[in-house]
Write a protein that binds this ligand. Structure first.
Ligand code: FE
Ligand code: FE
Ligand code: ZN
Length: 279
């Protein structure tokens, strides 16, 4: 089985997200650690965090997957932007210590004209600066569509970041199905081939979470526009094969599809039905 859930808003607090996901029928979820575009944040109430942790244990949830801000760019050409990004990462990881066992996912960055090699070096440097011996949260690099100057649009670039990390044992990868497809990997017709390639380059043991999205665009478009499950270019059958793939069992799958609450409930139940039909 996989764990399934969706992205939730943190505005009503942490335990409230757990309760919402219980109502939706899921058993994992994601949230933005700060305003995704503005970068602002609120302190976490430790009692609220403890209440959520208790709920997760009691209900048998899989790991949650917090998402870093889109404004955090660890390889921006502008050194002030870059320093802000490193600072955001360090403070996000401090706060994640309140959620033991949860994962923290972020977009590696956009090199904004500096070149991919320089971008990779700066991302690794920022990670090494922000990830001290504590806290122990596992940090995930997201597979990207490769739009603009995004780093992480192929598995090799993620490998290079991992190779330069001071704490590789606490680094993993989050596989976004829309991004990977948009980057050109054929997860519809050759899922085994893509995962074999991932295993060779990155290692399947590094794969810790999946962002489960259809794509509005054709394979290789490098666009990064998510679509509802089954309504995009990847298609329902292919997505079902992803959720059922033996190499991906046990992972949290997070829906980031353009949906309202009712739509997320439907998609969660679609995935639960797949799990059940397998018996
Ligand atoms: Fe993302
Ligand atoms: Fe994603
Ligand atoms: Zn995306």
């Amino acid at each position: 089985m996989i764990y399934i859930g969706c992205h939730l808003s943190v505005t009503r607090g942490y335990e409230a997200m757990g309760r919402t996901m219980l109502e939706f029928g899921g058993n994992t979820f994601a949230w933005f650690t700060r305003n995704p575009r503005g970068g602002k944040t609120r302190d976490v109430d430790p009692e609220d965090a403890a209440a959520l942790n208790a709920l997760l244990r009691r209900e048998g949830f899989g790991p949650m997957v917090a998402h870093g801000s889109y404004t955090m760019n660890l390889c921006a050409a502008n050194p002030v932007t870059r320093a802000n990004g490193t600072d955001m990462l360090a403070r996000d990881l401090e706060r994640m210590a309140l959620f033991p066992g949860s994962l923290y996912n972020f977009h590696p960055g956009a090199h904004t004209g500096q070149g991919v090699e320089r971008g990779i070096a700066q991302i690794a440097e920022a990670l090494n600066g922000a990830m001290g011996p504590e806290p122990r949260t596992t940090v995930l690099l997201e597979t990207m569509a490769g739009k603009g100057s995004e780093v992480g649009g192929c598995f090799e670039e993620l490998r290079e970041i991992l190779d330069r990390a001071a704490h590789p044992e606490r680094l993993g990868v989050c596989f976004d199905t829309c991004h990977t497809w948009d980057a050109g990997y054929d997860i519809a017709e050759d899922l085994d081939g893509v995962l074999t390639r991932f295993d060779k380059v990155v290692g399947l043991d590094r794969l810790r979470a999946v962002h489960f999205n259809d794509s509005k665009n054709a394979r290789g478009s490098r666009k990064d526009r998510h679509e509802k499950l089954g309504q995009g270019c990847i298609g329902m059958e292919a997505l079902r094969r992803v959720a059922m793939h033996p190499a991906l069992q046990g992972l949290p799958f997070i829906l980031e599809t353009p949906n309202d609450d009712a739509g997320y409930r439907r998609e969660i139940h679609t995935v639960l039905d797949w799990m059940e039909s397998r018996g």
